[in-house]
Design a protein around this ligand. Structure first.
Ligand code: AMP
Length: 395
C-alpha cells in the first residue's frame, strides 16, 4: 500500500480527491468542518515537500449545476483551515481549468468546482476521469467517505496514474483502523452494534462474528432478537420478518464462541417523545402501549463491564434514541465506558452514521482512538467488502 509518506512531492502537482461534502446551513455557512480538518495533514505534507495541490470533491447531491452546491461557498473555510490562500476554479474539467492548473505555482492550492455538477462523475465515465487526470502529476486519494463508490474521481481515475498514485494520510488511517479491528485487534475484541434496524447491519454482524470475542447488540435492533426468543416487547420497534435471521445469528455466534450481550432491561416510554411517561422494565416484559427507547441501568452495568475488559472496541450505532435527551443516557454511559477503556489502553474505533453524531454531540470524539469519517464506506468495510476506491489504488 503506497501512501503519501512514500512520495516526495517537490516540484509536483498533486491531484487530491478529498471529501469536502460538509454540512451547510441555510445561509451556506459550514456547520461542521471535520472533513476539511481531516484532509489537512495530507495537504500540508505536499506543500511542505514543495509541491502544489489541486483539490477535487463533491458537495451534496446536485442535479446538474446548482448554485447552492457550489464549492465556492467553502473556499474561505478551506483557506482558514489550511492557513494558505486557496484559489477556486469555476469548473472541474476543461480548458480554463487546465490553464489554471498549468499556471499554479509550487506551494499553491487550487480547489475545483463540485465534481457532481457533471453527471459523468457518478456514472464513473472513463473520458471524464481521463480529463480529470490531466490536472495533476500524482493522484492522491484521501476520501474515505466515497471510497465505496466507483465514481470517476474516486476509482476510475486511478488507471491513469499507473505508477504515481497513493493513499493520503486520512484514507490510510481509515484502512489501518478497520484492519486493527477486523484482523489485527488485540483480544478480547468487542463489537457494539446498535441503531434502529437489524436489516441494515445484518451483513456486518455476520462478517464480524469471525473477528470478535464479544458482541453487544443494542438499540432498536435488540427487540427483534428478544421477540424472536419469545419475549414481550410491547410497541417497541421490530422487524418481524427478521426474527428467524436473528435466531440464526445467535446460533452462529454460539458456534463460533462469541459471547452475545443484549440489553436485559430498558427505559420504556408511552410515547416517542421527551414528554413521555417512562418506566424501567425487563426487556422481555414490556407492557402493551409502551416501547423500549433506551438501555436500562442493569444493561448499562453489564455493558460497562464488557467494555472495560476489552482491548479492541468497535462501536457502530446508538443504544437508544439519543436524539431525545430523555433516552440518551444509555448511549452516553456507553461512550463514557469506551472513553475509559481507551484511556486504559484499548483501541476504540467509532464509525458508521449515527454513532459518530452521538460521539460528537456528547464530546467523546477525542476520547476514543479513532472516529471514522465515512458512514456507508465504513459499513461496507465492516461487511468485509473491498471498496472499489481502495481496490483501484492497489492495482
Ligand atoms: P442507525 O442509523 O442504524 O445507526 O440507527 C440510528 C437510529 O436508531 C437513531 O436515530 C436512534 O434514534 C435509533 N434508535 C436507537 N434505539 C432505538 C429504539 N430503541 N427505538 C427506536 N429507534 C431507536
Amino acid at each position: 500500500m503506497k501512501t503519501i509518506q512514500d512520495i516526495n512531492f517537490e516540484g509536483k502537482k498533486a491531484l487530491i480527491r478529498v471529501d469536502f461534502n460538509v454540512p451547510l446551513d441555510e445561509n451556506l455557512n459550514i456547520t461542521d468542518d471535520t472533513r476539511i480538518q481531516a484532509a489537512k495533514p495530507t495537504i500540508a505534507k505536499i506543500l511542505k515537500d514543495g509541491g502544489a495541490v489541486v483539490l477535487m470533491s463533491h458537495l451534496g447531491r446536485p442535479k446538474g449545476v446548482e448554485e447552492k452546491y457550489s464549492l465556492k461557498h467553502i473556499v474561505k473555510k478551506v483557506s482558514e483551515v489550511l492557513g494558505v490562500e486557496v484559489k477556486f476554479a469555476p469548473d472541474c474539467v476543461g480548458d480554463e481549468v487546465e490553464k489554471m492548473v498549468s499556471e499554479l505555482k509550487m506551494g499553491e492550492v487550487l480547489l475545483l468546482e463540485n465534481l457532481r455538477f457533471h453527471p459523468e462523475e457518478k456514472a464513473g465515465d472513463v473520458n471524464f476521469a481521463k480529463q480529470l487526470s490531466k490536472l495533476g502529476d500524482v493522484y492522491v486519494n484521501d476520501a474515505f467517505g466515497t471510497a465505496h463508490r466507483a465514481h470517476a474521481s474516486t476509482t476510475i481515475i486511478a488507471q491513469f496514474f499507473p505508477n504515481n498514485k497513493c493513499f493520503g494520510f486520512l484514507l490510510a488511517k481509515e484502512i489501518e483502523s478497520i484492519k486493527k479491528v477486523l484482523s489485527e485487534g488485540e483480544k478480547p475484541v468487542l463489537a457494539i452494534l446498535g441503531g434502529a434496524k437489524v436489516s441494515s447491519k445484518i451483513t456486518v454482524i455476520e462478517n464480524i462474528l469471525d473477528a470478535v470475542d464479544h458482541l453487544i447488540i443494542g438499540g432498536g435492533m435488540s427487540f427483534t432478537f428478544i421477540k424472536a426468543q419469545g419475549g414481550k416487547i410491547g410497541n417497541s420497534i421490530c422487524e418481524d420478518d427478521k426474527q428467524e435471521l436473528a435466531l440464526a445469528i445467535l446460533k452462529q455466534a454460539k458456534e463460533k464462541g462469541v459471547h452475545v450481550y443484549i440489553p436485559v432491561d430498558v427505559v420504556a416510554a408511552d410515547a416517542f417523545s421527551n414528554n413521555a411517561n417512562t418506566q424501567i422494565c425487563d426487556i422481555n416484559k414490556i407492557p402493551n402501549g409502551w416501547q423500549g427507547l433506551d438501555a436500562g441501568p442493569k444493561s448499562i452495568e453489564i455493558f460497562n463491564k464488557v467494555v472495560l475488559e476489552s482491548k479492541t472496541i468497535l462501536w457502530n450505532g446508538p443504544l437508544g434514541v439519543f436524539e431525545l435527551d430523555k433516552f440518551a443516557e444509555g448511549t452516553i454511559a456507553l461512550g463514557n465506558s469506551i472513553a475509559e477503556a481507551t484511556k486504559k489502553g484499548a483501541f476504540s474505533l467509532v464509525g458508521g452514521g449515527d454513532s459518530v453524531a452521538a460521539v460528537k454531540q456528547f464530546g467523546f470524539a477525542d476520547k476514543v482512538s479513532y472516529v471514522s469519517t465515512g458512514g456507508g464506506a465504513m459499513l461496507e468495510s465492516l461487511e468485509g467488502k473491498t471498496l472499489p476506491g481502495i481496490e483501484a489504488m492497489l492495482k
